[in-house]
Write a protein that binds this ligand. Structure first.
Ligand code: COA
Length: 377
């Protein structure tokens, strides 16, 4: 009987539901959000416009965008209670653990937590989009023994994030490179964290629970945590000239090379060329070509020797490093972006919900009798 059952480990190739949010086309290495090519969004639109698109299905008009931005700006502040909690986190807590806990706390404070109607979900999504960067920046600064910097409602989304992390806003090329990374990280169909968020939503649990679960899944180095792992790896390589022999050592140990490979794309990740272009811009702005030169050697050898292409985390890691971010902030920045995709999926799942509950093929011992403890020896 069991021979007839096909188990798709890792749900490889399984279509778990329909979705109208984004489409990955591995045969052409392309990705669209609501029908728009992600590269075009990077060049012609902003992260705020992309967030609006993901949540509403259409790009905003100028007045719709202004209203969206005004709402985001008005919701950035954290409650005094959450700020107190952030101060009590262990100093060496990873910022991903901090933001996971902060989002869970936000769920206990949110006036709409228990309301899973679509208008309430949309209000919560906006509050999460606005507050997550504030909590990421505050937790990071507190971890370094620095005071949090309050959000500045005069600044747009990306500028405000730099302001809250560093206390200053960098030049426009840096903001553009960051904005592009935020667009590219915003959404990617049924990846592990999004599927986690949809699974939690399918039980009719609340949005903050779904996003907390999504953050927990994103932290792993096989998923979002790879952008941090990439930078640790690049820093381990003494120079671009040493990259080839370093990689041979990894091959000898059959080790994973971080930032390479993808479950869906096997011929290249659609997002890489755009992110690479802006990582190169960052290298020029900073005047430090080392990371891109090392990356180029690794990418070349991985392709010729293993036929494995880089994924988005490969250029995003050095881009964030060149922007001046500490490595443990890289995956939390991914959260600041992916909240848009997660929330879109939570809303979509809620519209036509069916509990997500797959089967498992039992391979344990046959059914047996319970022996009372006195007879077990
Ligand atoms: N380094 C070295 N080898 C890799 C590799 C990598 N980054 N990614 C895949 N491979 C190898 C696998 O070992 C496997 O080899 P085998 O057939 O000899 O066993 C082969 O390529 C196929 O990979 P597979 O394990 O089927 O891929 P997957 O779809 O299960 O996994 C990832 C996809 C993303 C989890 C995997 O590529 C990986 O771990 N990458 C590194 C982490 C990373 O960058 N994650 C971010 C993803 S966006």
């Amino acid at each position: 009987m069991s021979e007839a059952i096909e188990v798709r480990k890792g749900l490889v190739g399984v279509y778990a539901d329909e979705s109208t949010i984004s489409k990955v086309m591995p045969e052409t290495n392309s990705l669209t959000y609501r029908g728009y090519a992600v590269q075009d969004l990077c060049e012609e639109a902003s992260f705020d416009e992309t967030a609006f698109l993901l949540w509403n299905g259409e790009l905003p008009t100028a007045s719709q965008l202004a209203a969206f931005q005004a709402k985001e700006k008005a919701n950035r502040a954290l409650s005094p209670a959450l700020l107190r909690v952030l101060r009590d986190f262990p100093r060496d807590a990873h910022p991903m653990d901090a933001i996971r806990t902060a989002v869970s706390f936000m769920g206990m404070e949110d006036p709409d937590t228990a309301d899973v109607s679509e208008p309430a979900q949309r209000r919560k999504a906006m509050r999460l989009l606005a507050k997550i960067p504030t909590a990421v920046a505050a937790a990071h600064r507190l971890g370094k023994g620095e005071e949090p910097i309050a959000p500045d409602a005069a600044l747009p989304f990306c500028e405000n994030f730099f302001h809250m992390v560093f206390g200053r806003v960098p030049q426009p090329e840096v903001i553009k490179a960051f904005d592009v990374s935020m667009i590219l990280y915003a959404e990617h169909t049924f990846n592990a964290s999004t599927f986690t968020a949809r699974t939690i939503t399918s039980t009719m649990a609340d949005m903050h629970g779904a996003i907390t679960g999504g953050i927990a899944a994103l932290k792993g180095p096989l998923h979002g945590g790879a952008n941090e792992a990439v930078m640790h790896m690049l820093k381990e390589i003494p120079s671009p000239e040493a990259a080839s022999s370093w990689l041979e050592g990894k091959f000898d140990h059959k080790a994973l090379v971080m930032g390479f490979g993808h479950r869906v794309y096997k011929n290249g990740d659609s997002r890489v060329p755009t992110m690479k272009k802006y990582a190169e811009v960052m290298a020029r702005v900073v005047g430090d070509e080392r990371w891109m030169r090392t990356s180029a050697v690794l990418a070349d050898i991985m392709l010729t020797r293993k036929n494995i292409h880089p994924n988005l985390d490969f250029p995003a890691g050095p881009a964030y490093y060149l922007m001046g971010f500490d490595i443990p902030l890289f995956t939390p920045i991914f959260v600041c972006s992916r909240i848009t995709g997660w929330a879109a999926h939570v809303i979509e799942q809620g519209r036509d919900n069916r509990l997500i509950r797959p089967l498992s093929l039992y391979t344990g011992v046959e059914q047996r009798q319970v022996t009372p403890i006195a007879q077990r020896g």
